[in-house]
Design a binder for this molecule. Structure first.
Ligand code: G6P
Length: 369
């Protein structure tokens, strides 16, 4: 079985290391650098249609829902359209405010998740235009949607999503550029700048993957933990949720992701010397705020695993562990931060001896309700 795993011990690790390639494939042929725009071959929505919408609702489950939360941040920031994010099993049993002027986006790696498919049918019934971000060509959701932005991650075998997630994020950056440009909310220069940022992603990921050995070594210090807390702010907050989900899924350690500024309203009560707290504190917007949240954790004895920018000696001197990621990418930080989140969950799970690629009770794709 080592051969089909490309020499890696698990599909999950193979897929983590495939991510730079998966991102390159998802970008291939789509960038129009000159115009500061992108070409999405299966989007099937004209500029006029994109101009006609007055809201975006993004619907998904699981890891794909975390991608959706990053999408809200990107679209609101760059396109100035209100974006709502919903979990598919909630959306389909609500009475959502959706009409012909709504753009509904479904994010699903498999394109077969029953709740997401049902949510799309409900949105269509109410007249919304539906766009899907899918990894599986001709899957049910991709076929029924008005348009698709395919991720080109390739088949994902590990139940815990890795390369599908980061390519969903890439698809969201691309869609944001298209929506912003078509609606005149994004200048050519702003479009070019965002394209330049996503083009740098594969190289930044290669750099971040070098953390593998460090994470493998430190993982053994956390096997006894009963709970983990993950903190982030802004568009890195969904990555805290995703980091916690990865750990839960494959290591069976309870973990919770929280917006760092909300910690004082509850989870701070849990912090003691037994509690590892992963703090996402890269340079950029919110840095000072998250830094002070980290200090609050340390003051209560929490064991901080900080993920910070390379060379941040201030964070490194305070945290129990500092995982340093490349500094060159505030715009794409959620993507780069995902790598240490995946590696930490992976190595803790391997050391605990769980079935990393097939965690108990979980399915790769949930096609029944
Ligand atoms: C299952 C998988 C998750 C995935 C979720 C949504 O729970 O175990 O990894 O994020 O379904 O799947 P989808 O294919 O719709 O993205």
């Amino acid at each position: 079985h080592m051969a089909e795993k490309g020499g890696y011990k698990h599909f999950m690790l193979k897929e983590i290391f495939e991510q730079p390639r998966a991102v390159r494939d998802t970008l291939a042929g789509r960038l129009r650098e000159e115009e500061g725009d992108v070409y999405l071959e299966d989007l099937h929505l004209s500029d006029e249609q994109l101009q006609g919408i007055d809201r975006v609702t993004i619907i998904a489950c699981g890891t794909s829902w975390h991608a959706a939360l990053v999408g809200k941040f990107l679209i609101e920031e760059h396109c100035r359209v209100p974006v709502e994010v919903d979990i598919a099993s909630e959306f389909r049993y609500r009475n959502p405010v959706i009409d012909e002027k709504s753009l509904v986006m479904l994010i699903s790696q498999s394109g077969e998740t029953a709740d997401t498919l049902a949510a799309m049918r409900e949105a269509k019934r109410r007249g919304a235009k539906c766009v899907a971000i899918c990894n599986v060509v001709d899957s049910s959701i991709a076929r029924e949607a008005d348009g698709v932005v395919y991720t080109h991650a390739g088949p994902e075998i590990g139940v815990a999503s890795t390369k599908a997630f980061v390519t969903q994020l890439i698809a969201l950056y691309l869609f944001t550029i298209r929506l912003g440009r078509s609606r005149g909310m994004m200048t050519v220069d702003a479009g070019r700048a965002l394209i330049a940022a996503v083009v740098r992603v594969p190289a930044l990921m290669e750099e971040a993957l070098k953390l593998n050995e460090q994470v493998e070594k430190l993982a053994r210090n956390y096997l006894q933990a009963r709970d983990f807390l993950y903190l982030g702010r802004g568009m890195n907050y969904p990555i805290a949720l995703e980091g916690a989900l990865k750990l839960k899924e494959i290591s069976y350690i309870h973990a919770e992701g929280y917006p760092a500024g909300e910690m004082k309203h509850g989870p701070i009560a849990l912090i003691d010397e037994h509690m590892p707290v992963v703090v996402l504190v890269p340079q950029g917007a919110n840095y000072e705020k998250v830094f002070s949240n980290m200090e609050e954790v340390i003051a209560r004895g929490g064991r901080v695993i900080a993920v910070c920018s390379q060379g941040d000696s201030e964070v490194a001197s305070k945290a129990e562990v500092a995982l340093e990621i490349p500094t060159d990418g505030e715009e794409v930080a959620p993507i780069i931060l995902s790598i240490p989140m995946q590696l930490l969950a992976y190595h803790v799970a391997v050391l605990k001896g769980t079935d990393v690629d097939q965690p108990r009770n979980l399915a790769k794709s949930v096609t029944v309700e």
